[in-house]
Design a protein around this ligand. Structure first.
Ligand code: S3P
Length: 173
């Protein structure tokens, strides 16, 4: 790729390091960083687990799409990380491409499990046997993530700084 669109968007499974890599990248490229989950939490004045518990996943998915529609209207130079489920809707994938260059942070189920052990902030991974849930969801999503992406970066055993540097090399920055 030669250069990059206004926004660089990080997609990938929960625990792939979208936020931390995004922050590292934003420092290196000297531009702002935003995270759609955080934006939704701010708009709704509730945490993601509260939104899921009180209004349900479908409501949250609608908020994700509404936010992407807004972001597509006023493109700015920034790094944007989005929730792990955002690329699942076809409309969202279209909006992501409109908004910017899409980078998929590819991670294995084992790495996700190690990173998110004991995490309570991801409603979809709560309950018995989180590894089973991770494997199932990751299996369902991997092709979708690949399809949605302009660039794929494998991040197992890479630090966030290394991942950010690899993204910059792809962007020829
Ligand atoms: C989700 C991922 C979460 C958050 C919500 C649903 C998903 O974001 O949007 O819990 O469906 O994968 P992170 O990927 O930032 O954890």
């Amino acid at each position: 790729m030669n250069g990059w669109k206004d926004t660089v968007i990080l997609i990938g499974f929960m625990g792939s390091g979208k936020s931390t890599t995004g922050i590292s990248l934003s420092h290196k490229l000297r531009c702002p960083f935003d995270d759609t989950d955080k934006m939704i939490e701010k708009n709704e004045k509730k945490s993601i687990p509260e939104i899921f518990a009180e209004s349900g996943e479908a409501y949250f998915r609608e908020k994700e799409t509404q936010l992407l529609r807004e972001l597509a209207k006023k493109k700015t130079r920034r790094i944007l990380s989005v929730g792990g489920g955002t690329p699942l809707r076809e409309e969202n994938r279209k909006l992501l491409r409109e908004i910017g260059t899409v980078v998929y942070l590819k991670v294995s189920a084992q790495t996700v499990y190690e990173r998110l052990k004991g995490d309570t902030g991801r409603p979809l991974l709560q309950g018995d046997d989180p590894m089973e849930k991770i494997k199932k969801l990751l299996g369902e999503r991997e092709e979708i993530y690949k399809d949605a992406a302009d660039i794929v970066i494998s991040v197992d055993e890479k630090s966030q700084t290394q991942a950010a540097e690899e993204i910059m090399a792809h962007l020829k920055w």
